[in-house]
Design a protein around this ligand. Structure first.
Ligand code: NAD
Length: 254
């Protein structure tokens, strides 16, 4: 088991990547604190894991919720070793510079970027108390590419996550804290699929993916497991891209 005696906190753990990661981390021996705003799904994922998991309501855009989720992790399991800042949204009214309203920009930044900041603000002191640890921040392949299907606030927020990840990695490198960004490609989760609701819309995206398919949340969980574990002991400050080849492509196979 790769995470024996480790305690992990995952934000956005009720669905998608966060949920799959919670299940995998628990299977690998970790005790897991799942946090989200969707309490019903979060409670049910935690219950399916059993005693090694607990669910805590936490809206990552609220400083007090983030402070409290970290405190509850330490209270319940005695320490914190792994922090997965994963919660994020993609708003349907996020568009180009002309069409994106300030309120949508602020909402997206508050969850996707400030949420990662709050996770680190309160999580890093806990990791230090545990003697070090691993932070994984979920960014996206769109932080590395421009898309002609614009979601400007989302893309900018994920670019911010990459920049913040690098600086945190450098600041905390000598404290035995590794900080990496996970950059998923387009996934078959609710977050993206609610936008790609016709076959034609799906095909328009699939044509850009060399592997010719969307990724699975479970494939991101495996990447998060690697970054969380001792297998990644010399890995910090990276944009860890798991995208079916999309960022490597100019022309994709027919
Ligand atoms: P998802 O919608 O399945 O899960 C996201 C979870 O975050 C949900 O459970 C939701 O309730 C929670 N959440 C939303 N707002 C929150 C808040 N304010 N506080 C706490 N939790 C909140 O999506 P997913 O695909 O698993 O996405 C997870 C992360 O991966 C996000 O950061 C997303 O931007 C990123 N990502 C997704 C894709 C994709 O194609 N799905 C691609 C690249 C990056």
């Amino acid at each position: 088991m790769r995470l024996e005696n480790k305690v992990a906190l995952i934000t956005g753990a009720s669905n998608g990547i966060g949920k799959e990661t919670a299940l995998l981390f628990a299977k690998e021996g970790a005790r897991v604190v799942l946090t989200d705003i969707n309490d019903q799904d979060g409670e049910s994922v935690a219950a399916s894991i059993g005693k090694a998991a607990t669910y805590v309501h936490a809206d990552v855009s609220k400083a007090s919720d983030c402070e409290s989720m970290v405190a509850q992790a330490e209270e319940r399991f005695g320490k914190l070793d792994i922090l997965f800042n994963n919660a994020g949204i993609m708003h349907s009214d996020d568009g180009d510079a002309g069409s994106t309203e300030e309120a949508i920009w602020d909402l997206t930044m508050n969850i996707n970027l400030k949420g990662v900041f709050f996770g680190c603000k309160y999580g890093i002191p806990a990791l230090k108390r545990a003697g070090g640890g691993s932070i994984i921040n979920t960014a996206s392949f769109v932080a590395l590419l421009g898309a002609a299907t614009p979601q400007l606030a989302y893309t900018a927020s994920k670019g911010g996550v990459l920049a913040m990840t690098r600086e945190l990695a450098v600041i905390h490198a000598r404290e035995n804290i590794r900080v990496n960004a996970l950059c998923p490609g387009p996934l078959r989760t609710e977050l993206l699929m609610k936008f790609l609701d016709t076959e034609a819309k799906k095909q328009r995206r699939l044509v850009h993916i060399p592997m010719g398919r969307f990724g699975e949340a479970s494939e991101m969980a495996k990447a998060a497991l690697y970054l969380a574990s001792e297998d990644a002991s010399y890995v910090t400050g990276t944009d860890f891209v798991v995208d079916g080849g999309i960022t490597a492509a100019y022309v994709t196979p027919e």
